[in-house]
Design a protein around this ligand. Structure first.
Ligand SMILES: CC(=O)CC(=O)SCCNC(=O)CCNC(=O)[C@H](O)C(C)(C)COP(=O)(O)OP(=O)(O)OC[C@H]1O[C@@H](n2cnc3c(N)ncnc32)[C@H](O)[C@@H]1OP(=O)(O)O
Ligand SMILES: NC(=O)C1=CN([C@@H]2O[C@H](COP(=O)(O)OP(=O)(O)OC[C@H]3O[C@@H](n4cnc5c(N)ncnc54)[C@H](OP(=O)(O)O)[C@@H]3O)[C@@H](O)[C@H]2O)C=CC1
Length: 290
């Protein structure tokens, strides 16, 4: 039975995962390389819980209990008693492999390892650990507290016990699990990211401005956010990493990352989290950068 959950990476996804797990009554150990990221995470989670109180969706006591269930730290010894560790660090295979290498000596042999990767092969990541049978993809959507879906991805060796335990957890977190096969970017990002990449090509080729493209998709296809706004929201580094996995993993030129997306990432204009991407967020209102 899962009662204590570790989360590695206190970025936007790690924060959201820690929040929903704590709200569902699990003990959480949230880890990051940066103490600043951890402080920011706790402040952010507190803010979202306060907003929920303001809307009458949460009581002060529930908020205090949820926050008290989350402990933060930079040392992997904090995972010693975790039944599950969810990796939600930067979308780079080398970083994830290094994390698993360092994590394994600090956890029990029966601890399940899940990764929130958006695109990378679960089978390949699992093979870099000592426990491919109890390794699984658990792909939350952003923003985690709002989005109902969790994709569950079995690696070739993932056992049924692990799949069942993680499916049960997803349901307890109030999410709808959907199983996806282990192919590059799974289901959601196989469909969503080529659309975002195409929107960047549409901008690159001058078919429309940032504002025109986003307005067109919001009003013309009823998307809650335009594709460029959504790309900024996801993080342009993450979008590019996913396109690279699709391009290399499926060896098809239709997944070629748009050179303009590459340029934004090279500039460090990573979207909302960097305060600049297809929009500049430094002022009172977002201003298109093209
Ligand atoms: C890249 C990957 O690997 C996979 C992915 O995640 S792909 C990305 C998937 N996500 C999407 O496509 C999101 C698309 N956007 C949306 O659905 C909406 O714009 C949105 C839910 C983000 C915001 O909705 P909105 O109606 O414009 O804003 P708003 O009214 O402020 O928010 C709606 C609710 O979400 C909450 N919310 C918004 N942003 C939030 C955040 N970052 N964290 C927590 N809660 C948040 C608000 O508090 C509000 O809650 P209530 O309903 O309880 O009042
Ligand atoms: N953004 C999205 O919409 C979604 C993302 N995902 C996936 O979730 C994961 C995280 O994405 P997201 O939260 O957006 O990314 P962010 O860039 O917001 O956060 C990543 C965090 O991981 C930290 N980190 C980097 N290396 C390590 C390490 N070795 N140990 C611990 N922490 C580390 C980073 O620290 P620092 O900043 O100091 O480098 C940063 O705080 C990725 O795999 C991504 O593909 C999945 C679904 C949706």
């Amino acid at each position: 039975m899962i009662s204590r959950i570790g989360v590695i990476g206190a970025g936007q996804m790690g924060n959201g995962i820690a929040q929903v797990c704590a709200q569902a009554g699990y003990d959480v150990r949230l880890n990051d390389v940066s103490t600043d990221a951890l402080d920011h995470a706790m402040a952010n989670i507190g803010l979202h819980l306060d907003r929920a109180i303001g809307k009458g969706k949460l009581t002060q006591v529930e908020r205090d209990h949820a926050l008290a269930r989350i402990q933060t730290g930079t040392d992997y010894a904090m995972f010693a008693e975790c039944d599950l560790v969810i990796e939600a660090a930067t979308e780079k295979e080398a970083i994830k492999r290094e994390i698993f290498k360092r994590l394994i000596p600090s956890i029990r042999p029966d601890t399940i390892i899940a990764t929130n990767t958006s695109s990378i092969s679960i089978t390949r990541l699992a093979a870099s650990t000592d426990r491919p049978g109890s390794f699984i993809g658990m792909h939350f959507m952003n923003p985690v507290p709002v989005m109902a879906l969790v994709e569950l991805i079995r690696g070739i060796a993932t056992d049924e016990k692990t799949f069942a335990a993680i499916r049960e957890l997803a349901v307890k977190l109030g999410k709808q699990p959907v199983a996806a096969e282990d192919f590059p970017a799974f289901i959601v990002n196989r469909v969503l990211l080529p659309m975002i990449n195409e929107a960047v090509y549409t901008l690159y080729e001058g078919v429309g401005s940032v504002e025109a493209i986003d307005t067109a998709l919001r009003l013309g296809a009823n998307h809650p956010m335009g594709p460029l706004q959504l790309a900024d929201f996801i993080g342009l580094d993450t979008c590019l990493a996913i396109m690279q996995v699709l391009y290399e993993g499926l060896a098809d030129s239709k997944y070629r990352p748009c050179p303009l997306l590459v340029k934004y990432v090279e500039a460090g204009w990573l979207g909302k989290k960097a305060n600049r991407g297809f929009y500049d967020y430094r002022g009172e209102h977002p201003v298109p950068t093209r």
